[in-house]
Write a protein that binds this ligand. Structure first.
Ligand code: ZN
Length: 187
């Protein structure tokens, strides 16, 4: 951080504010403390019969790899709205959210993934969104495990199919510990 986003001053100091316990950027001009906190990535795994819908990414990072449709939440939306927006943008999918599926933390890059399960409205209720090269339904046997974009998606898919075999869906908590694949990025 080079300039204060509140007053534009370059008088920023990285220090522990009074009463705090970790360093923050503090503006020496307007005294504003700039907090930096994790971002939430909201997503939804659309389901149709024994298949799930994945989108092949058309943008970096992990361009050309398959992913559970997900992306950063926007200000002013709930996490469910964010998940539905992402599934609409990336997979043009019409789904009804049926439950929360996984919460997956990646502490060293300050991200938390929240994946929902969604019932696809029909076998054709999807298309190829702008950020995707291809969108299609996969049975468990068809999942291209070597070509899944992010560990959060691998986690969600593995847990989904395991739950399905048991006939019981629950909330799964997971995390990725350092070291991580170099391709997993913060932005
Ligand atoms: Zn300032």
């Amino acid at each position: 951080m080079n300039y204060c986003s509140h007053c534009g001053s370059d008088q920023l100091e990285f220090k522990v504010p009074a009463g705090d316990n970790r360093p923050r950027y503090v503006c020496g001009s307007c005294q504003r403390i700039h907090y930096s906190n994790p971002k939430i990535v909201a997503g939804c795994l659309p389901v149709w019969e024994d298949k799930v819908l994945l989108a092949k990414r058309s943008i970096e990072p992990r361009k050309g790899y398959w992913n559970v449709p997900s992306g950063y939440m926007e200000n002013g939306e709930t996490v469910e709205e964010g998940a539905l927006r992402e599934v609409r943008e990336e997979a043009k999918a019409r789904v009804e959210i049926t439950g929360i599926h996984s919460i997956y933390s990646i502490p060293h890059i300050n991200q938390v993934y929240m994946h929902f399960l969604g019932q696809l409205e029909g076998p054709d209720a999807f298309g190829v969104g702008e950020e995707s090269l291809e969108v299609r339904l996969f049975t468990e046997a068809e999942i291209p495990w070597e070509d899944i974009a992010f560990t959060s998606s691998v986690f969600s898919l593995q847990r989904y199919f395991a739950d399905r075999k048991r006939g019981h869906h629950e909330l799964h908590l997971g995390q990725l510990d350092y070291p991580v694949r170099a391709t997993e990025t913060d932005d």
